[in-house]
Design a protein around this ligand. Structure first.
Ligand code: MN3
Length: 233
């Protein structure tokens, strides 16, 4: 086994990430039909940071619609057996419907995978922690940069922590349901963390107070899962 993959798998096993919940590997498997990933916790478990009704509509309606519309758009294009990651990487070859819905499915899957209720671990550890120190100047700086990026998205979109082509952590944003894997994206890299700043992600509880939602989101970050994504890269 390649050393990098071995280290990653060991880390995932050590962190207890695996069969339960959303694994970091969901997006690299070729699929004939995409399905909505189940959340590992009930919708009300993310209270008080994200309310039950928002979780239920966001996951059960919005994300489900991206999955359904992606399957429909791929069927219309006669595409089958591609992984979600590959579709994103080569998205310029596909229709706008594939771009919007593959992005929607990928982005939300990643978003759910890095939040967890009753988070005991309040900061990154291991390789991710070291990289945050080295590339961004520490957790405080990451928090500042990513919060600012999330706040700055005009209209609907996402803010990200990624590993860029130079192998360094970088913070940036994408509009709509674009993501940093996409060949059409100005901001490129492999995602480690993602925050959804579409109004549907926070409006029921926070209304126009996007900064309050962003602050709350930091309480839910699953740093073990984020490190799983980081090691996988
Ligand atoms: Mn959303």
């Amino acid at each position: 086994m390649e050393r990098r993959i071995f280290l990653r798998n060991s880390a995932i096993a050590a962190a207890g990430i695996g069969l339960a919940g959303i694994t970091p590997l969901y997006a690299s498997t070729p699929a004939t039909e995409f399905t909505l990933p189940a959340l590992p916790y009930p919708y009300n478990a993310y209270e008080p940071y994200i309310d039950e009704l928002t979780m239920s509509i966001h996951h059960g309606k919005h994300h489900q619609a991206y999955v359904d519309n992606l399957n429909k758009a791929l069927a219309e294009a006669g595409v089958t057996g591609e992984s979600l990651e590959n579709i994103c990487r080569n998205v310029s070859r596909y229709s706008p419907a594939v771009r919007n819905n593959a992005g929607g499915h990928y982005n939300h899957s990643l978003f759910w995978s890095v939040i967890k209720p009753n988070q005991k671990l309040k900061m990154p550890t291991g390789m991710l922690s070291a990289a945050i120190e080295k590339d961004l100047g520490g957790l405080g700086k990451l928090r500042e940069q990513l919060s600012k990026a999330a706040f700055s998205v005009f209209g609907s979109g996402w803010a990200w922590l990624v590993v860029n082509d130079a192998g360094r952590l970088e913070v940036g944003t994408t509009p709509n349901q674009d993501n940093p894997l996409m060949d059409i994206s100005e901001f490129r890299g492999k995602p480690v963390l993602a925050i959804d700043v579409w109004e549907h992600a926070y409006y029921l509880k926070y209304q126009n107070r996007r900064p309050r939602y962003i602050e709350s989101w930091w309480n839910l970050i699953d740093w073990q899962a984020a490190e799983g994504h980081y090691r996988k890269l």
